[in-house]
Design a protein around this ligand. Structure first.
Ligand SMILES: Cc1ncc(COP(=O)(O)O)c(C=O)c1O
Length: 431
Protein backbone atom coordinates (compact mmCIF):
# COMPACT_ATOMS: atom_id res chain seq x y z
CA UNK A 1 0.00 0.00 0.00
CA UNK A 2 1.11 3.56 -0.75
CA UNK A 3 2.66 5.62 2.07
CA UNK A 4 0.66 8.55 3.39
CA UNK A 5 -2.97 9.43 4.11
CA UNK A 6 -5.52 10.89 1.70
CA UNK A 7 -5.04 14.29 3.35
CA UNK A 8 -1.26 14.12 2.95
CA UNK A 9 -1.53 13.17 -0.73
CA UNK A 10 -4.10 15.92 -1.34
CA UNK A 11 -1.77 18.51 0.20
CA UNK A 12 1.10 17.27 -2.00
CA UNK A 13 -1.19 17.23 -5.05
CA UNK A 14 -2.30 20.78 -4.47
CA UNK A 15 1.31 21.89 -4.20
CA UNK A 16 2.47 19.93 -7.25
CA UNK A 17 -0.43 19.90 -9.75
CA UNK A 18 -1.99 23.13 -11.00
CA UNK A 19 -5.50 23.82 -9.70
CA UNK A 20 -6.90 23.74 -13.24
CA UNK A 21 -6.61 19.94 -13.07
CA UNK A 22 -8.92 19.72 -10.09
CA UNK A 23 -10.17 16.57 -8.38
CA UNK A 24 -13.68 15.77 -7.28
CA UNK A 25 -12.76 13.86 -4.12
CA UNK A 26 -9.59 13.97 -2.01
CA UNK A 27 -9.44 10.19 -2.20
CA UNK A 28 -6.24 8.48 -3.38
CA UNK A 29 -6.85 5.05 -4.84
CA UNK A 30 -4.49 2.23 -4.01
CA UNK A 31 -6.19 -0.61 -5.88
CA UNK A 32 -9.44 -1.39 -7.66
CA UNK A 33 -11.32 -4.51 -8.75
CA UNK A 34 -14.43 -4.55 -10.92
CA UNK A 35 -16.83 -2.00 -9.33
CA UNK A 36 -14.95 -1.48 -6.06
CA UNK A 37 -11.91 0.63 -5.14
CA UNK A 38 -9.77 0.89 -2.01
CA UNK A 39 -7.89 4.03 -1.01
CA UNK A 40 -4.45 4.48 0.54
CA UNK A 41 -6.03 4.33 4.01
CA UNK A 42 -7.75 1.02 3.26
CA UNK A 43 -11.25 2.54 2.89
CA UNK A 44 -13.50 0.76 0.39
CA UNK A 45 -15.63 2.56 -2.23
CA UNK A 46 -18.33 1.39 -4.58
CA UNK A 47 -17.58 3.04 -7.90
CA UNK A 48 -20.56 4.57 -9.71
CA UNK A 49 -18.28 6.67 -11.94
CA UNK A 50 -15.80 4.25 -13.62
CA UNK A 51 -13.30 7.08 -14.08
CA UNK A 52 -15.94 8.96 -16.14
CA UNK A 53 -17.43 6.11 -18.18
CA UNK A 54 -14.10 4.45 -18.95
CA UNK A 55 -13.78 1.17 -17.01
CA UNK A 56 -17.07 -0.25 -18.32
CA UNK A 57 -15.72 -3.80 -18.19
CA UNK A 58 -14.68 -3.27 -14.56
CA UNK A 59 -11.41 -2.25 -12.95
CA UNK A 60 -8.48 -4.61 -13.63
CA UNK A 61 -10.67 -6.89 -15.73
CA UNK A 62 -8.67 -10.12 -15.92
CA UNK A 63 -9.07 -10.58 -19.72
CA UNK A 64 -8.13 -6.99 -20.48
CA UNK A 65 -5.18 -7.12 -18.08
CA UNK A 66 -3.94 -10.40 -19.60
CA UNK A 67 -4.18 -8.98 -23.15
CA UNK A 68 -2.19 -5.91 -22.11
CA UNK A 69 0.44 -7.98 -20.29
CA UNK A 70 0.82 -10.21 -23.32
CA UNK A 71 1.25 -7.17 -25.60
CA UNK A 72 3.79 -5.66 -23.19
CA UNK A 73 5.91 -8.80 -23.50
CA UNK A 74 5.96 -8.34 -27.28
CA UNK A 75 6.51 -4.54 -27.64
CA UNK A 76 4.96 -1.36 -26.27
CA UNK A 77 5.38 1.12 -29.13
CA UNK A 78 6.51 1.33 -32.72
CA UNK A 79 4.05 3.99 -34.01
CA UNK A 80 1.25 3.04 -36.40
CA UNK A 81 2.62 5.67 -38.77
CA UNK A 82 6.07 4.06 -38.93
CA UNK A 83 5.86 0.27 -38.62
CA UNK A 84 2.28 -0.79 -37.83
CA UNK A 85 1.11 -4.00 -36.17
CA UNK A 86 -1.69 -6.56 -36.33
CA UNK A 87 -3.76 -5.35 -33.36
CA UNK A 88 -4.35 -1.89 -34.89
CA UNK A 89 -5.57 -3.44 -38.14
CA UNK A 90 -7.77 -5.98 -36.36
CA UNK A 91 -9.28 -3.32 -34.12
CA UNK A 92 -9.97 -1.02 -37.08
CA UNK A 93 -11.70 -3.93 -38.86
CA UNK A 94 -13.84 -4.59 -35.78
CA UNK A 95 -14.76 -0.91 -35.33
CA UNK A 96 -15.69 -0.65 -39.02
CA UNK A 97 -17.98 -3.65 -38.56
CA UNK A 98 -19.54 -2.47 -35.30
CA UNK A 99 -20.23 1.12 -36.44
CA UNK A 100 -23.91 1.75 -37.23
CA UNK A 101 -25.16 1.51 -40.81
CA UNK A 102 -24.38 -0.45 -43.97
CA UNK A 103 -21.86 1.90 -45.67
CA UNK A 104 -18.23 0.69 -45.84
CA UNK A 105 -16.19 2.29 -43.03
CA UNK A 106 -12.59 3.20 -42.25
CA UNK A 107 -10.95 4.17 -38.96
CA UNK A 108 -8.11 6.32 -37.67
CA UNK A 109 -6.61 6.05 -34.20
CA UNK A 110 -5.71 8.88 -31.84
CA UNK A 111 -5.19 9.04 -28.09
CA UNK A 112 -7.90 11.17 -26.47
CA UNK A 113 -11.52 12.02 -27.05
CA UNK A 114 -10.76 15.67 -27.80
CA UNK A 115 -8.30 14.60 -30.48
CA UNK A 116 -10.94 12.37 -32.07
CA UNK A 117 -13.33 15.33 -32.18
CA UNK A 118 -10.69 17.61 -33.73
CA UNK A 119 -9.90 15.01 -36.37
CA UNK A 120 -13.58 14.66 -37.27
CA UNK A 121 -13.68 18.36 -38.05
CA UNK A 122 -10.48 18.13 -40.12
CA UNK A 123 -11.87 15.18 -42.09
CA UNK A 124 -15.25 16.87 -42.62
CA UNK A 125 -13.56 20.05 -43.85
CA UNK A 126 -11.25 18.11 -46.18
CA UNK A 127 -14.23 16.18 -47.56
CA UNK A 128 -16.59 19.12 -48.07
CA UNK A 129 -14.18 21.99 -48.67
CA UNK A 130 -16.38 23.97 -46.26
CA UNK A 131 -15.59 25.84 -43.05
CA UNK A 132 -18.53 25.92 -40.61
CA UNK A 133 -19.33 23.50 -37.78
CA UNK A 134 -22.59 23.44 -35.86
CA UNK A 135 -22.60 22.14 -32.28
CA UNK A 136 -25.19 22.31 -29.52
CA UNK A 137 -25.79 24.27 -26.34
CA UNK A 138 -24.74 22.13 -23.39
CA UNK A 139 -22.62 19.83 -25.54
CA UNK A 140 -19.17 18.73 -24.37
CA UNK A 141 -16.47 17.75 -26.83
CA UNK A 142 -13.19 18.15 -24.92
CA UNK A 143 -10.67 20.65 -23.62
CA UNK A 144 -8.35 21.32 -26.59
CA UNK A 145 -8.90 24.60 -28.44
CA UNK A 146 -11.21 23.39 -31.21
CA UNK A 147 -13.03 20.85 -29.02
CA UNK A 148 -13.47 23.53 -26.36
CA UNK A 149 -14.81 25.92 -28.98
CA UNK A 150 -17.41 23.29 -29.92
CA UNK A 151 -18.29 22.75 -26.27
CA UNK A 152 -21.47 24.56 -25.26
CA UNK A 153 -20.81 24.96 -21.55
CA UNK A 154 -18.85 27.89 -20.15
CA UNK A 155 -17.98 26.92 -16.57
CA UNK A 156 -15.48 25.41 -16.03
CA UNK A 157 -14.44 24.62 -19.58
CA UNK A 158 -14.29 27.96 -21.37
CA UNK A 159 -13.72 30.62 -18.69
CA UNK A 160 -10.52 32.60 -19.26
CA UNK A 161 -9.57 30.66 -22.42
CA UNK A 162 -10.83 32.79 -25.33
CA UNK A 163 -10.56 33.80 -28.08
CA UNK A 164 -12.06 30.60 -29.46
CA UNK A 165 -11.62 29.14 -32.95
CA UNK A 166 -13.88 30.65 -35.60
CA UNK A 167 -16.72 29.23 -37.69
CA UNK A 168 -18.39 27.41 -34.81
CA UNK A 169 -22.13 27.91 -34.32
CA UNK A 170 -24.26 26.68 -31.43
CA UNK A 171 -27.91 25.64 -31.67
CA UNK A 172 -30.29 24.72 -28.83
CA UNK A 173 -30.33 21.02 -27.91
CA UNK A 174 -33.83 19.63 -27.42
CA UNK A 175 -34.57 18.97 -23.73
CA UNK A 176 -38.23 18.50 -22.93
CA UNK A 177 -37.67 18.92 -19.18
CA UNK A 178 -36.25 22.40 -19.84
CA UNK A 179 -38.92 23.35 -22.35
CA UNK A 180 -36.84 23.05 -25.54
CA UNK A 181 -38.69 21.02 -28.16
CA UNK A 182 -37.27 19.22 -31.17
CA UNK A 183 -39.17 21.67 -33.39
CA UNK A 184 -37.59 24.67 -31.66
CA UNK A 185 -34.14 23.22 -32.00
CA UNK A 186 -34.58 22.49 -35.70
CA UNK A 187 -36.11 25.90 -36.27
CA UNK A 188 -33.06 27.52 -34.67
CA UNK A 189 -30.81 25.71 -37.15
CA UNK A 190 -33.04 26.87 -40.00
CA UNK A 191 -32.76 30.45 -38.70
CA UNK A 192 -28.99 30.01 -38.38
CA UNK A 193 -28.87 29.04 -42.07
CA UNK A 194 -30.57 32.36 -42.88
CA UNK A 195 -28.75 34.58 -40.38
CA UNK A 196 -25.27 33.22 -39.64
CA UNK A 197 -24.05 30.73 -42.23
CA UNK A 198 -25.40 29.25 -45.44
CA UNK A 199 -25.87 25.47 -45.28
CA UNK A 200 -23.53 25.22 -48.29
CA UNK A 201 -20.76 26.60 -46.05
CA UNK A 202 -21.35 24.10 -43.24
CA UNK A 203 -18.87 21.21 -43.15
CA UNK A 204 -20.35 19.33 -40.18
CA UNK A 205 -22.93 19.08 -37.44
CA UNK A 206 -21.61 17.42 -34.28
CA UNK A 207 -24.02 15.96 -31.74
CA UNK A 208 -23.89 13.72 -28.67
CA UNK A 209 -26.69 11.11 -28.83
CA UNK A 210 -26.93 11.63 -25.06
CA UNK A 211 -25.39 14.86 -23.79
CA UNK A 212 -22.80 13.79 -21.22
CA UNK A 213 -21.19 16.61 -19.24
CA UNK A 214 -24.16 18.78 -20.23
CA UNK A 215 -26.53 16.79 -18.00
CA UNK A 216 -27.30 13.32 -19.44
CA UNK A 217 -30.08 14.43 -21.76
CA UNK A 218 -30.87 11.83 -24.44
CA UNK A 219 -31.49 13.25 -27.91
CA UNK A 220 -34.99 12.23 -29.02
CA UNK A 221 -34.85 9.71 -31.88
CA UNK A 222 -36.80 12.04 -34.14
CA UNK A 223 -34.18 14.74 -33.55
CA UNK A 224 -31.30 12.48 -34.58
CA UNK A 225 -33.33 11.38 -37.62
CA UNK A 226 -34.08 15.01 -38.54
CA UNK A 227 -30.38 15.90 -38.29
CA UNK A 228 -29.58 12.96 -40.58
CA UNK A 229 -32.13 14.25 -43.10
CA UNK A 230 -30.88 17.84 -42.85
CA UNK A 231 -27.27 16.75 -43.41
CA UNK A 232 -28.28 14.62 -46.42
CA UNK A 233 -30.22 17.53 -47.87
CA UNK A 234 -27.29 19.95 -47.65
CA UNK A 235 -24.26 17.68 -48.05
CA UNK A 236 -23.23 18.27 -44.42
CA UNK A 237 -21.19 15.65 -42.54
CA UNK A 238 -23.07 14.32 -39.49
CA UNK A 239 -20.69 13.58 -36.61
CA UNK A 240 -21.99 11.51 -33.70
CA UNK A 241 -19.80 12.09 -30.64
CA UNK A 242 -20.09 8.65 -29.03
CA UNK A 243 -17.14 9.11 -26.70
CA UNK A 244 -19.27 8.72 -23.58
CA UNK A 245 -22.21 6.82 -25.11
CA UNK A 246 -20.33 4.16 -27.07
CA UNK A 247 -19.24 0.62 -26.28
CA UNK A 248 -22.45 -0.81 -24.79
CA UNK A 249 -22.88 1.96 -22.21
CA UNK A 250 -26.40 2.93 -23.32
CA UNK A 251 -27.87 -0.53 -23.97
CA UNK A 252 -26.89 -0.53 -27.66
CA UNK A 253 -23.34 -0.99 -28.88
CA UNK A 254 -23.52 2.61 -30.12
CA UNK A 255 -26.23 4.98 -29.00
CA UNK A 256 -26.94 6.21 -32.57
CA UNK A 257 -28.58 2.79 -33.05
CA UNK A 258 -31.57 3.95 -30.96
CA UNK A 259 -32.56 6.35 -33.72
CA UNK A 260 -31.56 3.85 -36.42
CA UNK A 261 -29.34 6.42 -38.13
CA UNK A 262 -25.93 6.05 -39.74
CA UNK A 263 -23.61 8.91 -38.78
CA UNK A 264 -21.06 9.93 -41.40
CA UNK A 265 -18.31 10.09 -38.77
CA UNK A 266 -18.29 8.86 -35.19
CA UNK A 267 -15.89 9.47 -32.31
CA UNK A 268 -15.06 6.68 -29.85
CA UNK A 269 -12.83 6.63 -26.76
CA UNK A 270 -13.48 6.11 -23.01
CA UNK A 271 -15.12 2.65 -22.62
CA UNK A 272 -13.32 1.30 -25.70
CA UNK A 273 -10.04 0.33 -24.03
CA UNK A 274 -10.84 -0.38 -20.38
CA UNK A 275 -8.72 2.46 -19.01
CA UNK A 276 -5.88 2.54 -21.53
CA UNK A 277 -5.70 5.81 -23.50
CA UNK A 278 -7.12 5.14 -26.94
CA UNK A 279 -9.57 7.01 -29.16
CA UNK A 280 -10.67 6.71 -32.76
CA UNK A 281 -12.70 8.21 -35.55
CA UNK A 282 -14.78 5.68 -37.47
CA UNK A 283 -16.61 6.84 -40.55
CA UNK A 284 -17.77 6.31 -44.09
CA UNK A 285 -14.73 5.21 -46.09
CA UNK A 286 -14.96 7.85 -48.84
CA UNK A 287 -15.19 10.67 -46.28
CA UNK A 288 -12.43 9.21 -44.09
CA UNK A 289 -10.10 9.07 -47.10
CA UNK A 290 -10.47 12.78 -47.94
CA UNK A 291 -7.33 13.95 -46.04
CA UNK A 292 -3.96 13.28 -47.65
CA UNK A 293 -1.56 10.63 -46.30
CA UNK A 294 0.18 11.92 -43.18
CA UNK A 295 -2.54 14.53 -42.50
CA UNK A 296 -4.06 12.52 -39.65
CA UNK A 297 -2.67 10.57 -36.70
CA UNK A 298 0.04 11.22 -34.14
CA UNK A 299 2.93 9.57 -32.32
CA UNK A 300 0.86 7.56 -29.85
CA UNK A 301 -2.40 7.20 -31.79
CA UNK A 302 -3.43 3.54 -31.78
CA UNK A 303 -0.91 2.48 -29.15
CA UNK A 304 -0.45 -1.31 -29.23
CA UNK A 305 -1.31 -1.46 -25.51
CA UNK A 306 -4.59 0.39 -26.13
CA UNK A 307 -5.42 -1.74 -29.18
CA UNK A 308 -4.78 -4.99 -27.28
CA UNK A 309 -6.98 -3.74 -24.44
CA UNK A 310 -9.77 -2.68 -26.83
CA UNK A 311 -9.81 -6.05 -28.61
CA UNK A 312 -10.20 -7.73 -25.20
CA UNK A 313 -12.94 -5.24 -24.17
CA UNK A 314 -14.91 -6.07 -27.35
CA UNK A 315 -14.63 -9.80 -26.51
CA UNK A 316 -15.75 -9.24 -22.91
CA UNK A 317 -18.75 -7.16 -24.06
CA UNK A 318 -19.85 -10.03 -26.33
CA UNK A 319 -19.09 -12.90 -23.94
CA UNK A 320 -20.78 -11.29 -20.95
CA UNK A 321 -23.72 -9.79 -22.89
CA UNK A 322 -22.88 -6.34 -21.58
CA UNK A 323 -25.10 -4.55 -24.11
CA UNK A 324 -28.14 -6.26 -22.55
CA UNK A 325 -26.69 -5.88 -19.07
CA UNK A 326 -26.52 -2.08 -19.54
CA UNK A 327 -30.30 -2.02 -20.02
CA UNK A 328 -30.86 -4.23 -16.93
CA UNK A 329 -28.65 -1.88 -14.91
CA UNK A 330 -30.65 1.12 -16.16
CA UNK A 331 -33.90 -0.60 -15.13
CA UNK A 332 -32.57 -1.41 -11.65
CA UNK A 333 -31.51 2.20 -11.10
CA UNK A 334 -34.79 3.49 -12.54
CA UNK A 335 -36.96 1.53 -10.12
CA UNK A 336 -34.91 2.40 -7.01
CA UNK A 337 -34.49 6.07 -7.99
CA UNK A 338 -38.17 6.57 -8.76
CA UNK A 339 -39.00 5.29 -5.26
CA UNK A 340 -36.57 7.90 -3.96
CA UNK A 341 -38.23 10.53 -6.15
CA UNK A 342 -41.61 9.60 -4.61
CA UNK A 343 -40.10 10.38 -1.19
CA UNK A 344 -38.48 13.65 -2.34
CA UNK A 345 -40.68 14.99 -5.17
CA UNK A 346 -39.66 18.63 -4.59
CA UNK A 347 -35.97 17.79 -4.76
CA UNK A 348 -35.63 15.15 -7.47
CA UNK A 349 -36.93 16.95 -10.54
CA UNK A 350 -36.33 14.20 -13.07
CA UNK A 351 -34.84 10.72 -13.33
CA UNK A 352 -33.42 9.86 -16.76
CA UNK A 353 -32.85 6.14 -17.22
CA UNK A 354 -33.88 5.25 -20.76
CA UNK A 355 -30.37 4.86 -22.14
CA UNK A 356 -28.94 1.82 -20.35
CA UNK A 357 -26.30 2.44 -17.72
CA UNK A 358 -26.12 6.18 -18.43
CA UNK A 359 -28.48 7.29 -15.70
CA UNK A 360 -29.17 10.72 -14.24
CA UNK A 361 -31.04 12.38 -11.41
CA UNK A 362 -31.63 16.14 -11.68
CA UNK A 363 -31.86 18.01 -8.36
CA UNK A 364 -34.01 21.11 -8.05
CA UNK A 365 -35.75 23.31 -5.50
CA UNK A 366 -39.54 23.31 -5.06
CA UNK A 367 -39.95 20.71 -7.80
CA UNK A 368 -39.17 23.43 -10.36
CA UNK A 369 -36.93 22.65 -13.35
CA UNK A 370 -35.90 26.32 -13.41
CA UNK A 371 -34.61 26.26 -9.82
CA UNK A 372 -31.51 24.03 -10.01
CA UNK A 373 -29.88 22.92 -6.76
CA UNK A 374 -26.12 22.70 -7.42
CA UNK A 375 -25.34 23.06 -3.70
CA UNK A 376 -27.31 19.94 -2.79
CA UNK A 377 -25.69 18.14 -5.73
CA UNK A 378 -22.22 19.01 -4.46
CA UNK A 379 -23.14 18.08 -0.90
CA UNK A 380 -24.48 14.71 -2.06
CA UNK A 381 -21.30 13.90 -4.02
CA UNK A 382 -19.18 14.84 -0.97
CA UNK A 383 -21.23 12.94 1.58
CA UNK A 384 -21.38 9.91 -0.72
CA UNK A 385 -17.62 9.51 -0.96
CA UNK A 386 -17.37 9.99 2.80
CA UNK A 387 -19.84 7.07 3.10
CA UNK A 388 -17.94 4.90 0.60
CA UNK A 389 -19.58 5.66 -2.76
CA UNK A 390 -18.00 7.47 -5.70
CA UNK A 391 -20.62 9.58 -7.46
CA UNK A 392 -20.18 12.10 -10.29
CA UNK A 393 -22.13 15.24 -11.03
CA UNK A 394 -22.67 17.04 -14.34
CA UNK A 395 -25.04 19.48 -16.04
CA UNK A 396 -24.74 23.03 -17.33
CA UNK A 397 -26.46 24.08 -14.09
CA UNK A 398 -24.28 21.73 -11.99
CA UNK A 399 -27.35 19.99 -10.57
CA UNK A 400 -27.29 16.50 -12.06
CA UNK A 401 -25.98 13.33 -10.43
CA UNK A 402 -24.86 10.92 -13.12
CA UNK A 403 -24.53 7.20 -12.55
CA UNK A 404 -22.00 5.37 -14.74
CA UNK A 405 -21.32 2.03 -13.07
CA UNK A 406 -19.24 -0.73 -14.63
CA UNK A 407 -21.43 -2.91 -16.83
CA UNK A 408 -19.97 -5.86 -14.91
CA UNK A 409 -21.26 -4.60 -11.54
CA UNK A 410 -23.42 -7.03 -9.54
CA UNK A 411 -27.04 -6.33 -8.53
CA UNK A 412 -25.92 -6.52 -4.88
CA UNK A 413 -23.37 -3.73 -5.32
CA UNK A 414 -25.92 -1.57 -7.15
CA UNK A 415 -28.30 -2.03 -4.21
CA UNK A 416 -25.58 -1.28 -1.69
CA UNK A 417 -24.57 1.87 -3.58
CA UNK A 418 -28.15 3.08 -3.89
CA UNK A 419 -28.69 2.42 -0.16
CA UNK A 420 -25.86 4.90 0.41
CA UNK A 421 -27.52 7.42 -1.94
CA UNK A 422 -30.77 7.06 0.03
CA UNK A 423 -29.03 7.41 3.38
CA UNK A 424 -27.22 10.54 2.13
CA UNK A 425 -30.52 12.04 1.05
CA UNK A 426 -32.02 11.38 4.47
CA UNK A 427 -29.02 12.98 6.14
CA UNK A 428 -28.94 16.06 3.86
CA UNK A 429 -32.67 16.72 3.65
CA UNK A 430 -34.09 16.55 7.12
CA UNK A 431 -37.75 16.16 6.16
C1 LIG B 1 -18.97 13.37 -25.47
C2 LIG B 1 -17.54 13.65 -25.17
N1 LIG B 1 -16.75 14.14 -26.13
C3 LIG B 1 -15.45 14.40 -25.92
C4 LIG B 1 -14.87 14.18 -24.69
C5 LIG B 1 -13.41 14.50 -24.48
O1 LIG B 1 -12.69 13.33 -24.25
P1 LIG B 1 -11.21 13.42 -23.59
O2 LIG B 1 -11.42 13.88 -22.18
O3 LIG B 1 -10.68 12.03 -23.69
O4 LIG B 1 -10.43 14.39 -24.40
C6 LIG B 1 -15.66 13.67 -23.65
C7 LIG B 1 -15.08 13.47 -22.30
O5 LIG B 1 -15.76 13.50 -21.31
C8 LIG B 1 -17.03 13.40 -23.90
O6 LIG B 1 -17.83 12.93 -22.93
Amino acid sequence: MSNGSNAQWQARKQAAIARGQGNMAPVYIDRAKNAEMWDVEGNRYIDFGTGIAVCSTGHTNSKVTAAVQDQLQRFSHTCVMVTPYDSAVELAEKLNELAPGPTAKKTIFVTTGAEAVENCVKIARAHTGRRGVIAFNGGFHGRTMLAMGLTGKITPYKNLFGPFPGEIYHAPYPIEYHGVSVEESLKAIDTMFRVDIAPTDVAAIIVEPVQGEGGFYPAPDEFMQALRKLCDEHGIVLIADEIQTGFARTGKFFCSDYAGIEPDLMTVAKGMAGGFPLAAVVGKADIMDAPLPGGLGGTYGGSPIGCAAALAVIDVIAEENLVERATQIGDLFASRLSELQDSYPDVIGEIRATRGAMIAMELVKNGDADQPDPDLTKALVTLAYQRGLVLLSCGIRGNVIRFLPALTISDELIDEGLNIVEACFRELILI
